[in-house]
Design a protein around this ligand. Structure first.
Ligand code: F6R
Length: 623
């Protein structure tokens, strides 16, 4: 969602904040803003609607911002109020003394706004964030009058603490005050904040990508914690002012991993990174010689996992699609009752969590609000909670009882690609880990591990067909309705193919089980409608061929993802994209790749902003 970056130290803050915003832009991009406090204690704010480049242009105009070593910036994904300059962050109180940037939602903002309006405060935006800035300003003024500063604290810190006690909802905030021109106060509840610890300087951000260029030493704030940062010193406390010793961690990812390199878009880079991402994901875990799966992050729970009666896999969007693949894998390979459920539904439906239930939260970012809430609900009900997460140190990763990291490297493109395949790889390893401890023979496990280790090289072969997929995309990119159909393991792949296409090229597309088509959606098929089938050689191949015939008979254009060397399929199709043969449980890892490419090339052909599709943000930290 929105991105925050803030700085206090000895350097000039502005270039550093703008660079940070650019790295965070994938989190939200409808407006952006910056606030700095100069050495004389004057506050300077610039805001602009649109991308960071628009803000950059605004900053070039005279009067430019003076040099300042304290400041913060924000890139917004609108929740309350339209994307206008007035609604862009930073927001100030009505004296202009306090400025604040905020990720999250203040749920009781209406009541607080009424209270503050009755006290005579005037608002200039429709945002919940301005209410929080105003509340802090109001409390600050009160405390100043009453001369209430506690020893060892700053008035700003106290005012922020007092305000946060009045607030319901979620926040990651950075606050500055022109009366305290060397102090940055940050706090979090439900929205991530990371403090980068440098040489007499601190850079705080909602995501490591804005920090890694400056330092790899970080402190992850937990919920209900805050920090007061000054050049050369910082103190972390709870929002009740209890001091906490900060734990300094090392960032895992390197700066190069966040760079675009020679690629035109992050999405394409990440599609092409899948072989190396999967190799990293498998490294040290899938042991071919011993036919063994080693999963250090869950090994302490082996007994509970092997005895578990039921697994609930949960996530949102692409992560949910991976969970659906996992559902098939767990029942097929580990022979354990499994269901895959949307986290947003799970958390509110008062789910049945009996003894022996394991809940697995799947999330690339590890910050998705619904997935986090589902995880907390599951823990509350006594389930063993595991995470399958990419971002190390993220909230979900830290709140689970155990888990398996993807090690896919940073995913910047808003449309998830390499995270999906790595999530499927991890779920395959989890199913093998359990299956082997239950009913699976060594030879079956051996065959699966060999198959899994061959996947990166097989994906490389699929990627060689990018130009062929581009031709198909060019032929059909102007069609406004598409269908994606698959059976068994390929049903979730069909869903994922449709999601990729709709989210980045704004084409209406639906994915469904191929057999479901006859129960209604077949009415949609008309002359020339592109219908993508995943029809690799496997147990349901003949049935999918029958479904292809049904669509052809109604004039649909048939694009098929098929097994290399399947000459038979050509007579049923207008276009064929080949993928290497793989064991059935591994086929999604290959068949999804042409669909990612198809979506990518369609979006480029339609001149869409691939990495920053409209209305979307990378990590959905509000419900
Ligand atoms: C689609 C996409 C989203 C995410 C979903 C969950 O391409 O990226 O559907 O998969 O928002 O995000 P994470 O995995 O971060 O929990």
């Amino acid at each position: 969602m929105c991105g925050i970056v803030a700085y206090v130290g000895r350097k000039i803050a502005q270039p550093l904040l703008i660079e940070g915003l650019k790295r965070l832009e994938y989190r939200g991009y409808d407006s952006a803003g910056i606030a700095v406090i100069d050495q004389k204690g004057a506050m300077h704010i610039r805001r602009a609607v649109g991308r960071i480049s628009v803000l950059e242009d605004a900053l070039q105009r005279v009067p430019t911002l003076p040099d300042a070593s304290l400041g913060m910036a924000h890139t917004r994904w609108a929740t309350h109020g339209a994307p206008t300059e007035a609604n862009a962050h930073p927001h100030t109180d009505d004296t202009g003394r306090i400025a604040l940037v905020h990720n999250g939602i203040i749920e009781n903002y209406a009541a607080l706004k009424k209270f503050l309006t009755n006290k005579g405060h005037a608002f200039s935006s429709q945002t919940d964030t301005e209410v929080l800035a105003m509340l802090i300003g109001d409390l600050y003024a009160d405390m100043q009058v009453k001369n209430q500063v506690l020893p060892g604290t700053s008035l700003l810190q106290q005012a922020v603490q007092a305000a946060l006690h009045e607030v319901d909802g979620t926040y990651g905030i950075a606050v500055i005050c022109k009366d305290e021109p060397d102090t940055l106060v940050v706090a979090r509840k439900g929205s991530p904040l990371i403090i980068g610890v440098g040489q007499e300087e601190y850079i705080v951000a909602s995501d490591a990508s804005a920090i890694v260029e400056h330092t790899t030493q970080v402190v992850y704030l937990n919920d209900n914690e805050m920090a007061v940062l000054k050049p050369g010193s910082f103190r972390t406390t709870t929002i009740n002012n209890i001091t906490i010793s900060p734990v300094i961690s090392q960032l895992e990812n390197k700066l190069e991993e966040y760079e675009l390199g020679d690629y035109e878009h992050y999405m394409l880079k990440e599609i092409f990174e899948q072989p190396s991402a999967i190799r990293n994901c498998l490294r040290g875990r899938a042991e071919q010689k011993e036919s063994r799966i080693v999963l250090g992050g869950i090994v302490d729970h082996t007994r509970e996992l092997v005895r578990a009666k039921r697994f609930i896999l949960t996530g949102q969007g692409t992560a949910w699609h991976a969970g659906l693949v996992g559902d098939y894998l767990m029942e097929d390979l580990a022979k354990v009752t499994t269901e895959c459920t949307y986290a947003s539904e799970f958390r509110y439906r008062n789910p049945l969590v009996e003894e022996g239930t394991v809940v697995v939260a799947i999330s690339q970012s590890g910050e998705t609000a619904d997935t986090l809430a589902a995880l907390r609900e599951a823990k509350e009900k006594g389930a063993l909670a595991l995470g399958i997460v990419n971002v190390v140190g993220s909230t979900i990763a830290r709140e689970t009882d155990g888990g398996i990291y993807l090690h896919a490297g940073p995913e910047i493109g808003v449309a998830s690609t390499k995270a999906f395949t790595c999530q499927c790889v991890v779920l395959t390893m989890l199913a093998l880990f359990l299956g082997r401890r239950k009913f699976m023979s060594q030879s079956v496990c051996h065959e699966m591990i060999d198959g899994l280790c061959a996947v990166p090289e097989q994906i490389e072969r699929v990627l060689e067909q990018s130009d062929h997929v581009k031709q198909i995309a060019r032929e059909f990119c102007d069609r406004e309705n598409w269908l994606f159909l698959g059976r068994g393991y390929h049903f979730p792949v069909a869903l994922e193919g449709a999601l990729k296409l709709k989210e980045i090229s704004y084409i209406h597309s639906e994915g469904m089980p191929a057999a479901e088509m006859k129960h209604g959606p077949i009415a949609l098929i008309n002359e020339g409608m592109p219908v993508v089938f995943i029809a690799t050689k496997g147990s349901q191949y003949d049935k999918v061929i029958s479904n292809i015939e049904e669509v052809r008979a109604r004039g649909g254009k048939i694009i098929v993802v098929a097994t290399e060397g399947d000459t038979n399929i050509h007579k049923y199709s207008d276009h064929v994209i080949e993928v290497p043969h793989a064991l059935e449980p591994l086929q999604p890892l290959l068949s999804v790749v042409p669909l990612q490419l198809l979506a990518y090339h369609c979006a480029v052909a339609r001149d869409c902003n691939v990495d920053k599709p409209r209305n979307l943000a990378k990590s959905v930290t509000v419900e």
